[in-house]
Design a protein around this ligand. Sequence first.
Ligand SMILES: [Zn+2]
Length: 159
Amino acid sequence: MTSKPDGTLRPGEAAFLTAAIQAARRGLREGGIPIGAALAHNGRVLGTGYNRRVQLGSPIRHGETDCLENVGRLPASVYAASTMATTLSPCDMCTGAILLYKIPRVIIGENRTFIGAEELLRSRGVQVVIVDDPTCAEMMTEFIAAQPALWNEDIGMAD
Ligand SMILES: [Zn+2]
């Protein structure tokens, strides 16, 4: 099943994805899974995060959740006017966090290697933009080929 793009990037939003990609690369250098995220508000990146399951031995530090944790507590009104950029289609857990905080717009670097709960996001009124960025896809393709067991663990699949 492939998902077709249902939106395009607005001016300035490419920088949000770039910040997420940089975070993902940091994770890769640390021996982690190369998935990164950035939270932006009023055209500015508030903070970034990256998957740190390996680094921290954490079951919940995905790119998006690590990003939310790094940014820290925000008023509901800020989340409600924010955009989350993530290098990979968000999993069920991260989708839940996006819905909980009512983040209205999600920019997804790629969904070729994994399709998360995009339909759930859309069904709850979240704008989903699939960029289909080759850099993001290449990063995950290479990682999955090199570390299949680690990847399956990340998405809750049997090894
Ligand atoms: Zn996730």
